[in-house]
Design a protein around this ligand. Sequence first.
Ligand code: ADP
Ligand code: ADP
Length: 235
Amino acid sequence: TPIIEVRSIGKRYGNIIALSDVSTSVRAGEVTCVLGDNGAGKSTFIKILAGAHEHTDGELLIDGEPTTLSSPRAALELGIATVYQDLAVVPLMPVWRNFFLGSELSKGVGPFRKLDIDEMKRITKVELAAMGIDLRDVEQPIGTLSGGERQCVAIARAVYFGARVLILDEPTAALGVKQSGVVLRYIAKARDRGLGVVFITHNPHHAYPVGDRFMLLRRGKSMGDFPKSEMTLDE
Ligand code: ADP
Ligand code: ADP
């Protein structure tokens, strides 16, 4: 069974239909891409999976069980972690401090326990290295890292704290070609570690190389959910 199965989900805000009839699935070790332009409903979709907004139509199944995610906390407890575009990092704090920032929220989810500072620094270094980022200095303020590196730290943090599903909100939108490449390789690493990844993007060229499934949104409606074998990238 997929970790997440989305069955004909919809979201209405009063009379406004932000999302309707959206179906897709998220499996361990796969990347599900959600593609759509501005206003397509991508943010609404993220909010439903992240527990920030409840869906109003259709069914959301987690591990095969019909579920309504009534809070971000509920989503986290089921192992669904969301990395938003603003990343929730504090620029002036060291990389290692950011890595453990809010870790008390992961209590019961990840490998939470009281750690001393040296151990937190060591773990940060090891975890980033395991994902292919070699940071000589985890003491440097995270604000000194490039946008791509900051994305990678946020992803590594979610992986370390035991996420099963990683929801990435336009992780490459603000980045140049080279930095985007770094983040895309990082997404592939998370997938190879067995996470299910939901990659939300408006850029098919970023989605195509890493994606296993593709769900296309347009004006709040799903244009379909396709495996990679049915996709091509011709313009
Ligand atoms: P995207 O993230 O792809 O740009 P959104 O999910 O933000 O799309 O928006 C999808 C549609 O839902 C838009 O037409 C938007 O105006 C509407 N919408 C989003 N949030 C709300 C809300 N809280 N109340 C009313 N309408 C909303
Ligand atoms: P909350 O659940 O925190 O109260 P809202 O539904 O008020 O969230 O808003 C969530 C997001 O949707 C915000 O980013 C807001 O800018 C956007 N939004 C709210 N109302 C609308 C609307 N009518 N059209 C488009 N976007 C909206």
